[in-house]
Design a protein around this ligand. Structure first.
Ligand code: ADP
Ligand code: MG
Length: 420
């Protein structure tokens, strides 16, 4: 099938009910339909899934989608099934399936019914599955969260390193890599590991013009400073990120005592409490959730008005992801980070227990966070530069939306006061 023969706008409307493509979707889909290796870099929420789902639905054969999280795969399969009257249109292939289920999946793929097959990378390596997949028509392989292939990414998964080797055994099928990690190092790694230097790259801008970036020096008065900040944003939704579970509990407690409706969220809480606290936040029964980074994956609350980093994150990718949960609706989003060198040392100490290669990468990533926190230049410019994007804060969208650009002098005085 050729992209010129298909009205992809019509297909978009037919399957998803959308009237137009978002950002670079149309170009990406055309590239996939032309059977080119394709590399897609778009921020979270940019609409990456549709880039492979839509062409998969009307391509001949089955598209394999590699994804690292079973929960995410299940969500996507459910979403695709709801678009069709055939359950077999999308399947997950993983170790949790029964023999009968596996037989059904294979049958649906062989008959051409299944358009999307979601697999975890470790399932794909299974001899049995691989042998079967070699006998059917594969339209393309999409590798979602492709940064998992790189040690420079925030979520390295060694199994991703085998993918190229496995895909080669499926024959000459196009590969689509997708990620929201925009650092040039990670991108290089992805292209190298998937052996697709020939890929056409589609990269969206990572600028979030409605977010205001601010860094404050962390002092022992941080809690009262946060309380003051929240009271100035009364009734608004916000997330406070802390590095440890203990800190999460302590901060949530201080807020509650001070009359702010807040709940803790971290992996140490049982699943039921976590789900309850998440729902309370989504339903606006509470204003603030105090959380470790365990909170946020797949959370799509459009009107989060502030994200506070009580402790600095371990990389600028994490910072961007976490601050990115503010202002999804395009409205106000205040991103406030507290910075002290002591926290950096804590993180360094934590890293020193890790294997040497991991340490080196960890230190390098952390140094970028330090540079960001200490810079006096436009934070947006700094951040976008880190993601390989040039930004002119004199003319660019949101160019004056950070503390350094808005009031450089006031900030310096505040710093001097703290030092005293
Ligand atoms: P990503 O994987 O890049 O983080 P998703 O694929 O999860 O993003 O998409 C984010 C949201 O955007 C979803 O709710 C999806 O339904 C929506 N979306 C995707 N494409 C379009 C479009 N063309 N028009 C309107 N909404 C879209
Ligand atoms: Mg995605």
């Amino acid at each position: 099938m050729n992209s010129n023969e298909i009205d992809i706008h019509k297909e978009l409307k037919k399957y998803f009910g959308f009237n137009q493509f978002k950002g670079l979707q149309e170009q990406v889909i055309k590239s996939i339909l032309n059977k080119e290796n394709t590399f897609v870099i778009m921020p979270t929420g940019g609409g990456k899934s549709l880039c492979y789902q839509l062409p998969a639905l009307f391509n001949e054969g089955t598209a394999i989608v590699v994804s690292p999280l079973i929960a995410l795969m299940k969500n996507q399969v459910d979403a695709i099934r709801s678009l069709s009257s055939e359950n077999g249109i999308a399947h997950v292939l993983n170790s949790s399936l029964t023999k009968t289920e596996i037989t059904q999946v294979k049958k649906d793929i062989s008959s051409g019914l299944t358009k999307l097959l979601y697999v975890a990378p470790e399932s794909l390596t299974k001899e049995e599955y691989l042998n079967f997949l070699q006998t059917v028509t594969i339209s393309f392989v999409a590798i979602d969260e492709a940064h998992c292939i790189s040690e420079w990414g925030h979520d390295f998964r060694p199994e991703y390193r085998n993918l190229k080797h496995i895909i080669k055994q499926l024959g000459d099928v196009p590969i689509i890599g997708l990620t929201a990690t925009a650092t040039p190092k990670v991108q290089e790694d992805i292209l190298k590991n998937l052996d697709m230097s020939d890929a056409t790259t589609y990269k969206a801008s990572f600028n979030r013009p409605n977010l205001y970036y601010e860094v404050r020096t962390k002092t022992k008065n941080i809690e009262s400073d946060i309380i003051r900040f929240i009271k100035l944003h009364k009734g608004k939704s916000g997330i406070i990120y802390c590095l440890s579970r203990k800190k999460v509990e302590a901060v949530a407690h201080v807020l509650q005592v001070n009359g702010i409706s807040a709940v803790p969220y971290h992996a140490g809480l049982d699943a039921k409490t976590r789900a309850k606290h998440q729902d309370m936040f989504l339903m606006e029964d509470v204003d603030v959730v105090v959380a470790t980074i365990a909170f946020g994956m797949g959370i799509d609350k459009p009107d989060v008005r502030f994200v506070i980093h009580h402790d600095i994150p371990k990389s600028l990718e994490s910072y961007y992801q976490e601050t990115g949960r503010a202002g999804r609706d395009g409205g106000e989003g205040h991103c406030l980070a507290y910075y002290s060198y002591k926290d950096v040392e804590k993180l360094e100490k934590f890293l020193s227990g890790k294997p040497v290669a991991e340490q080196e990468i960890g230190f390098a990533l952390l140094q970028e966070v330090v540079a960001y926190a200490e810079t006096s230049m436009s934070r947006r410019k700094f951040l976008l530069h880190y993601f390989g994007e040039e930004f002119d804060n004199e003319t660019g969208d949101g160019g004056d939306m950070d503390d350094n650009v808005r009031n450089p002098k006031v900030k310096k005085e505040a710093k001097e006061q703290v030092v005293k």
